[in-house]
Every structure is written in structure tokens, then in C-alpha cells.
Design a protein around this ligand. Structure first.
Ligand code: OFO
Length: 172
């Protein structure tokens, strides 16, 4: 049995980050299957980033001397009605994750766990960025509507994404 509420809550977040990675890998597969290789590339990198988030929770749990518990990860969907539907699903998911991170921070404050509160600050900043990035793509897709040329332009733009250094790396 897990020792503390915080330990358990962080393990649950570790599982959510792993789900996020799988969800975006599934989206990469969907985009590739409809020949939107730029979107697929963007989602592959997103999946990689999410696994990085999961590993931050993994390492933090170990640093605290807590138990890492890898749980069963839900199966993500494998297709969406349209590129817009997929990106809207991604935005909804990011908002859900932001809510989870905020709840974890509330718990850390309630328990007087300053170490965990500081650890979570990186994720609070990251979530603002993640929501903004996905929201921008959603808005662009809404703007172009059914215009296929616009879709290819966005695809081309997303294909240029490179892995951004994490806020932690830029601080070091
Ligand atoms: Fe998308 O930030 Fe982690 O889950």
C-alpha cells in the first residue's frame, strides 16, 4: 500500500502523463494515415514530451524515497472525425491535465509539502504553454474551415516543429 496521499496522487499523475503520451502517439498515427505528415510529426514530438513529463514524476518520486507504481494505462482512441476534432480533443485533454496539476499543487500546499509544491511549479508554467500552443492550432483550423490549401499550409508549419528545451533546462 502507498504510504502517503501525496505519493499516491503523484503516481496517479505519472499514469496520466503516460496516457497523454499514448494519446498523442495515437493522434500521430491518425494524422499520418490521412497524409498530414506535419501534424503527425508535431504529435510525435508531443508524445515524446509527454513521456518526458512522466519521467519527471518518476524521478521525483524516487528522489523522495517514495514508491513508483506503474498502473494500467487506458487505451486512447485511434481515430477522430477530422483534424479539428483531434486538436480539440487535445485541447480538452490539456485543460484536464492543467486542472490535475492545480489540484496537486493545492494538495501540496494543504500538506505543507514545500518540496512538491516547488516541483509542481514547472508543470504549472508548462501547462500554460501547452494550452496556448494547442489552442492556437485549433483557432487556425477553425479559421480555414473547409479550405484544403489552408490545411496544407498549417501542416507544413507544424512539420517544422523541433523539441523545445524544457523550462528546467533553460534555468540550468
Ligand atoms: Fe501535455 O502536458 Fe503533460 O500531460
Amino acid at each position: 500500500m502507498l504510504k502517503s496521499t501525496m505519493q499516491q496522487a503523484l503516481n496517479e499523475q505519472l499514469a496520466r502523463e503516460m496516457y497523454s503520451s499514448n494519446l498523442y502517439l495515437a493522434m500521430a498515427g491518425y494524422f499520418q494515415s490521412i497524409n498530414l505528415k506535419g501534424f503527425a510529426h508535431w504529435m510525435r514530438l508531443q508524445a515524446q514530451e509527454e513521456m518526458g513529463h512522466a519521467m519527471k514524476f518518476f524521478d521525483y518520486l524516487l528522489d523522495r524515497g517514495w514508491t513508483v507504481q506503474i498502473s494500467k494505462i487506458d487505451q486512447p482512441p485511434s481515430s477522430w472525425e477530422s483534424p479539428l476534432a483531434a486538436m480539440e480533443a487535445s485541447l480538452k485533454h490539456e485543460r484536464f491535465i492543467s486542472q490535475n496539476i492545480n489540484e496537486l499543487a493545492n494538495l501540496a500546499i494543504k500538506e505543507g509539502d514545500h518540496g512538491t509544491n516547488i516541483f509542481l511549479q514547472w508543470f504549472i508554467t508548462e501547462q500554460i504553454e501547452e494550452e496556448a500552443n494547442v489552442s492556437e492550432i485549433v483557432e487556425k483550423l477553425k479559421l480555414i474551415g473547409d479550405w484544403k490549401g489552408g490545411l496544407l499550409m498549417i501542416d507544413n508549419e507544424l512539420g517544422k516543429r523541433t523539441l523545445a528545451p524544457s523550462p528546467k533546462e533553460t534555468q540550468e
